[in-house]
Design a protein around this ligand. Structure first.
Ligand code: DWN
Ligand code: SAH
Length: 390
């Protein structure tokens, strides 16, 4: 059942080399599956179409994420004492770099990004996570006692294949940890920009537990974490293993049911909030521009691509984006064709407003841009509703 139409959108991480480059667009519709409660984008692309050898996203680029993955590594070492660790979607090694290289293996299909992990001496297989790969891995390395995956499983179309492949290489007493944006937080924050071609699914406890049941898996612990604007970290075990199921699981279930994540009406309401947010953001931009003030973008995120294309905010309204990622600099935002330039401190620029594309790193950014703010610079955020941050 479709509840949200975010219009025609380009692929989020396909930054343009020039303004005239042709782009493919697809209609971004969001669907609620009444039976298993899963939220997904209607048009689901295969990983092979998106994650190739020039992927521009590097996880280590933000301090917040480096810290978050380091903290998790400390928890894992203390709590589980697991040694052999496999990570699916290890990107530039931001998580695995915290472990002894002898006992870890990463899977990262984008060769340019896998190279960054390899440069840290991490063993990486540059391939997509499939059943076949899991069989090859088991033959070569045996089973693993911890499998981790952050912001990746939700990017893969065939979830049944993902989970049966994990089942194949996970030890009987192994722990499988995944973390992804929380649907409940997304709805509460009106963060519709978490929907784009890479985010095929947005998990909730309700939907994930229903899918895992078919794979002999069970969630035994859940943590609400602040990553990417509110994520859930699920600790998963094989049904017959002995981990105690903590109260956190029941608590999360209760939160989601009380909020109404099982009801279509919740999503219809969210959809009208999204439309309202769009109107408000467009009004805010037009008001600022009518005073001839200058707006730039801060953080050329995949999420911003959804917002800008949905609200039709283009180069007439935003002069350029600043971003610290070398792979994005000198290129143009997909669809709206706004230039992305190399980051330098905002206080050195003649800028009145900066639109927070990376709103999920608001605290990190505000800390860095104190002098911009104290010199009358302002941020614009659309989360939870469009407003100015002074
Ligand atoms: O799920 C996904 C997440 C983990 O990463 C992927 N599908 C794609 C990507 O999504 P995103 O682009 O929305 O991610 P971020 O982590 O919000 O991107 C932050 C961007 O902002 C990066 O391009 C780096 C940039 N940035 C910056 O220029 N200055 C970030 C910070 C913190 C800064 O100070
Ligand atoms: N785990 C990192 C990276 C998230 S971005 C973090 O949390 O910051 C999503 C990552 O998933 C990318 O690095 C991408 O290459 C990887 N990925 C996408 N499809 C995949 C697949 N089918 N199998 C394995 N990894 C995949």
């Amino acid at each position: 059942m479709i509840f949200l139409d975010l219009g025609y959108q380009p692929f989020a991480n396909e930054y343009l080399k020039n303004k005239f480059q042709k782009e493919k667009k697809y209609r971004l519709l969001i669907d609620f599956n009444k039976k298993n409660k899963i939220i997904s984008i209607k048009k689901k692309f295969l990983s092979e179409k998106i994650f190739k050898n020039n992927y521009p996203y590097r996880s280590s680029i933000s301090k917040t994420m480096r810290k978050s993955f380091k903290n998790l590594s400390i928890i894992i070492k203390k709590k589980f004492k697991k040694k052999k660790i496999l990570e699916i979607g290890c990107n530039d090694g931001v998580f695995l770099e915290n472990f002894n290289r002898k006992n870890t293996l990463g899977i990262e299909p984008c060769k340019n990004i896998a190279k960054l992990s390899k440069a840290k001496n991490i063993s990486v297989i540059s391939d997509y996570w499939t059943k076949k790969l899991s069989r090859d891995i088991k033959k070569k390395f045996g089973k693993f006692d911890l499998i981790f995956s952050a912001n990746t499983i939700t990017h893969i179309k065939n979830l049944d294949e993902v989970f049966s492949a994990v089942n194949h290489v996970l030890d009987e007493d192994g722990v499988f940890i995944i973390q992804d944006p929380s649907l409940l937080e997304l709805i509460k924050n009106n963060a519709y920009d978490q929907f784009y071609n890479e985010h095929i699914y947005v998990f909730s406890y309700l939907s994930l537990s229903s899918i895992l049941k078919n794979h002999d898996f069970e969630i035994f612990h859940i943590e609400n974490i602040s990553d990417h604007g509110g994520s859930l970290r699920y600790y998963i075990k094989k049904k017959n293993s002995n981990f105690k199921i903590t109260k956190s699981v029941k608590d999360q279930k209760k939160l989601e049911i009380n909020f109404g994540l099982q009801n279509f009406s919740t999503y219809k309401k969210f959809s009208s909030n999204v439309k309202y947010s769009r109107e408000k953001l467009i009004k805010l931009f037009n008001k600022i521009k009518s005073k001839n003030q200058k707006i730039i973008g801060y953080g050329a995120t995949a999420k911003a691509v959804t917002v800008l294309n949905y609200c039709k905010i283009n180069n007439d309204l935003i002069n350029y984006f600043v971003d610290t990622t070398p792979e994005k600099q000198g290129k143009f935002m997909p669809g709206v064709k706004i230039p992305v330039i190399k980051y330098s401190k905002l206080s050195r620029k003649k800028v009145d407003y900066a639109f927070l594309g990376a709103w999920n790193f608001k605290s990190e950014i505000i800390k860095k841009e104190k002098s911009f703010l104290s010199n009358k610079g302002k941020f614009i955020t659309h989360i939870p509703f469009p407003k100015i941050v002074t």
